[in-house]
Design a protein around this ligand. Structure first.
Ligand SMILES: Cc1cc2nc3c(=O)[nH]c(=O)nc-3n(C[C@H](O)[C@H](O)[C@H](O)COP(=O)(O)OP(=O)(O)OC[C@H]3O[C@@H](n4cnc5c(N)ncnc54)[C@H](O)[C@@H]3O)c2cc1C
Length: 380
């Protein structure tokens, strides 16, 4: 066992940290998608971190552990968490399924556009009646010659209003349940697609979240990912990526919040003492450290297992659960340590709790992660 990062990995981490710190001051309209920031992240190489350069000049071909470390740096640097989240949804739930399951022609056509950030993708699986349980998707795809006709509505699609492509999942054979679902790349300019207004939500505000409607959208068969019937497997693989890599961003955000707490506790005085000398405050910060380090090690283990191509369902679910729940607690603690200042926008620390609450829902809720863990423990 070796807990050390090599020099190349550390220098990539430092680069991500300083790049993200520089983006911290970039301002944009609240709730709007910051295209300039997106482009800067494209220039950094965010959207092609694990993609081989054979498929795109923006691909870095990093292994998953190094990818995780770079994402930690981006999260810690303080660039807008909403756009980092949007980038992770694009990269890990869209670019990676194309990279791992697309035909050679589709990979060559789309990966250069998507890894540079010139084009944006959105993952569309959730439906009104299929959130945690996606066994029965009401969206259907029926074959007509060389085309599929897609019909249905997706309820929560990150990047929906800015997407050039959707990775959408539809039922091709209802008799087979999970094995009757198929994954499609759907160009967003095809006739019959309508995107709802962006939802107003609690956090991650620059990431757009929309309903998407497919009304008899005619998609060529070359846009099928993998084979017909492999949709559920492809989605599960994309969640493996997302649950590791997206949540690495939040490890970085928690590290930043912890550092801010230490700095503030050592500076802020009540009476003649800094508040760090009050055990209630210092123990709260010690607990933040324990939760962060535990979640971080679970993430590294899950990513390491993924790189070994063994069944890592339990490790990934454990890591996702630990990170998102630690993120919520850390978001509360950073406000408590900063007192009233923490509650104010000008204190600069009240956004984490708003971003963190979403993290216990997307990529499978905390309850669903517990179900996955129980399943692997032989309890279900
Ligand atoms: C910010 C954000 C971004 C999102 N982005 C996307 C996206 O890009 N693409 C996409 O397709 N979806 C996206 N989603 C949707 C997300 O994946 C779903 O919200 C999530 O899967 C839960 O589904 P639901 O909201 O329908 O809740 P439900 O499934 O209705 O769950 C409601 C409650 O019941 C619990 N529950 C449900 N079933 C079980 C069970 N079997 N065992 C135990 N507890 C259970 C849940 O844990 C939860 O507490 C996003 C959601 C959010 C909040």
């Amino acid at each position: 066992m070796n807990f050390e990062w090599n020099e190349a990995q550390l220098s990539l981490f430092e680069h991500a940290l300083s790049y993200s710190s520089e983006l911290r001051s970039t301002s944009h309209q609240p709730g709007e998608f910051p295209l300039d920031l997106w482009k800067s992240l494209g220039d950094f190489g965010y959207f092609g971190l694990p993609v081989d350069s054979e498929y795109s000049p923006c691909g870095s071909g990093l292994d998953i552990l190094t990818t995780v470390k770079v994402l930690e740096g981006l999260g810690q640097g303080g660039a807008d968490t909403g756009v980092l989240f949007a980038g992770a949804a694009h990269t890990f739930a869209c670019v990676m399924p194309i990279y791992e399951h697309g035909s050679e022609a589709i990979k060559r056509e789309l990966l250069p556009l998507l890894t540079s950030g010139e084009k944006i993708a959105a993952n569309a699986i959730s439906e009104a009646e299929a959130g945690s349980d996606i066994a029965k998707l009401a969206t259907t795809a029926s074959r007509e010659g060389d085309y599929y006709i897609i019909k249905g509505a997706k309820s929560y699609v990150t990047n929906g209003s800015v997407a050039d492509y959707f990775i959408a999942y539809a039922t091709t054979n209802a008799k087979f349940g999970y094995l009757g679902q198929t994954a499609f790349v759907i160009p967003a300019d095809l006739p019959g697609i309508e995107v709802g207004n962006s939802y107003k939500k609690l956090g991650l505000n620059s990431a757009q979240l929309n309903q998407v409607f497919f009304d008899e959208v005619k998609v060529h068969k070359r846009y099928v990912l993998g084979d017909e019937g492999q949709g559920a497997r492809i989605f599960a693989a994309s969640m493996d990526w997302e649950r590791c890599c997206l949540f690495a961003l939040f490890i970085g955000v928690m590290q930043r919040d912890l550092d801010l707490c230490i700095e503030y506790a050592n500076m802020r005085k009540q009476g003649d003492k800094t508040i760090s000398k009050f055990q209630a405050v210092s123990h709260r910060i010690a607990d933040m450290e324990v939760r962060l380090q535990s979640a971080r090690l679970l993430l590294y283990f899950a990513a390491w297992q993924k790189s070994k191509e063994v069944d890592n369902t339990k490790a990934v679910a454990t890591s996702k659960l630990a990170i998102s729940e630690a993120f919520v607690q850390s978001g509360l603690d950073v406000i408590r340590v900063h007192g009233a200042l923490g509650y104010l926008d000008e204190g600069g620390v009240n956004s984490s709790i708003k971003d963190a609450l979403g993290s216990v829902l997307f990529s499978g809720t905390s309850d669903i992660q517990r179900e996955l863990i129980c399943n692997r423990l032989g309890l279900l």
